[in-house]
Design a protein around this ligand. Structure first.
Ligand SMILES: Cc1cc2nc3c(=O)[nH]c(=O)nc-3n(C[C@H](O)[C@H](O)[C@H](O)COP(=O)(O)OP(=O)(O)OC[C@H]3O[C@@H](n4cnc5c(N)ncnc54)[C@H](O)[C@@H]3O)c2cc1C
Length: 405
């Protein structure tokens, strides 16, 4: 079949390679010239296999006030974005009902538990196994009180195939050597991972796809029309299309009659030009500051914030300043924060914190978007699921978009 994919982010490229591997002729439409600069590039690089519980939960709602930006936390609900986040929040509250949460957790677990094996398969296939590091990650607390409360919370949390333990003396010494503030407690996860560099990952996936005969067209798809039962982009038509446009999938799917209550859950990062962070040290989450720090080949990246907003609202510079302050206050080996690159971008988030993967009713149009905090983690397994859906008719009903009415 000839298949169009709208969106060449981490999900779109994985879907493209999976379909190409099944013998289809694939064209990716990606509007950014040098490859995606969206969340697929700006993420924290963490393969978060521990996150099998959807974030739409009663616990998350209860802690919302203490997590607000004005209280020093990561959660931001700007007035300008109220028309997006208010209806989204009402749906989130409904999705957090215990029965809905448990159903969502079962569905998400099946996907997350296959995430690392799927990445191994994909990276082995493209000869780039070195892009994946399976060294787990650390979570650190700065006060005995926050350490005790968080340890209790982690004990009550299902972490799927990932496991954690309190750090040993050597690991604690390494973490204490990172920062000038006291480390009151820390845990290490096993069974999680990181990518060596998000830019190299995207570039390698794209280069392999084109080397194998795939086409990347740098063009924004403004409409996905259906003519004679075939998806049409501009003047070109295909046998099928897959919408993988992150948060921008909304208008494309709404034009096909769907309700897409997606929100731009915007995050921020700063990145130093030099990788001053100790080599081989996996990502470290400074949980009291809701900040994750990851060493990539291109520099050290500190990321945080969940700002519910519109995609095109101007960035809030206070968030970069806060990241810079955290890095300085912690005394991290980061380099000069004044010279750090600043980035902001949107997680594509649906109110039940589950992705949308399925087929549009009666049409040769498929979709895979809405991967919220887990798009990097789930991209390879999503590619495999979309391949099975198109070729073998295996539709993951739990992620169907028609769940939103
Ligand atoms: C600060 C931050 C940290 C994160 N950390 C992690 C992490 O550690 N681990 C993890 O698993 N996830 C993480 N995430 C989430 C993850 O980055 C996203 O879930 C993921 O990038 C979504 O990928 P995507 O391909 O669906 O969408 P996007 O990354 O948004 O890509 C969509 C692409 O489609 C293109 N596009 C959109 N509309 C059109 C159109 N009409 N025509 C043509 N092209 C179009 C865009 O240009 C873009 O390149 C993080 C996100 C943020 C913001």
């Amino acid at each position: 079949m000839n298949i169009f994919i709208v969106g060449g982010g981490i999900v779109g490229l994985n879907v493209a390679l999976a379909l190409q591997g099944r013998g289809h002729s694939v064209t990716v439409y990606e509007r950014s010239e040098g490859g995606s600069v969206a969340a697929s590039y700006g993420n924290a690089g963490h393969i978060a296999t521990e996150q099998v519980e959807p974030l739409a939960s009663r616990a998350m709602i209860r802690s919302a006030f203490s997590r607000l930006f004005m209280n020093g936390g990561a959660l931001s609900l700007p007035l300008a974005g109220v028309s997006r986040w208010l209806p989204f929040s009402l749906r989130l509250i409904a999705a957090a009902r215990p029965d809905t949460f448990l159903r969502g957790k079962a569905a998400l677990s099946r996907l997350v538990n296959d995430a690392l094996p799927a990445w191994r398969r994909r990276l082995d296939d493209i000869g780039a196994a070195d892009l994946l590091r399976e060294d787990g990650h650390f979570v650190v607390w700065e006060t005995p009180a926050t350490a005790a409360a968080a340890l209790k919370a982690w004990r009550d949390t299902d972490t799927g195939s990932a496991t954690w333990r309190e750090v040993g003396a050597e690991e604690l010494a390494a973490l204490k050597g990172l920062t000038t503030v006291p480390v009151a407690g820390a845990i290490r996860f096993d069974g999680t991972g990181q990518v060596a560099d998000p830019r190299r990952l995207l570039d390698t996936l794209a280069a392999t796809f084109t080397a194998r005969g795939g086409q990347i067209v740098h063009e924004a798809v403004t409409a996905l029309r259906i003519e004679g039962g075939r998806p049409v982009v501009g003047t070109a038509s295909a046998d099928a299309a897959v919408v993988c446009a992150g948060v921008w999938s909304k208008p494309l799917m709404e034009a096909l009659g769907y309700i897409v209550p997606i929100v731009a859950e915007r995050g921020y990062h700063i990145q130093s030009a030099v990788p001053a962070w100790p080599q081989g040290l996996p990502p470290v989450v400074f949980e009291d500051r809701s900040m994750i720090v990851t060493r990539f080949e291109g520099g050290v990246r500190a990321a945080s914030f969940v700002e519910f907003n519109t995609t095109d609202a101007p960035p809030d510079a206070r968030k970069w300043q806060r990241l810079e302050r955290h890095v300085r206050d912690l005394g991290l080996p980061f380099g000069d924060t004044a010279k750090a690159a600043r980035w902001m971008g949107a997680r594509p988030t649906l109110p039940d914190y589950l992705p949308a993967i399925g087929q549009a009713r009666g049409l040769p149009v498929y979709y895979a978007f809405g991967h919220q905090h887990l798009g990097l983690t789930l991209a390879a397994v999503t590619g495999e699921r979309v391949g099975a859906m198109i070729d073998d008719g295996v539709v993951p009903a739990e992620f169907d978009l028609s769940r939103f009415r």
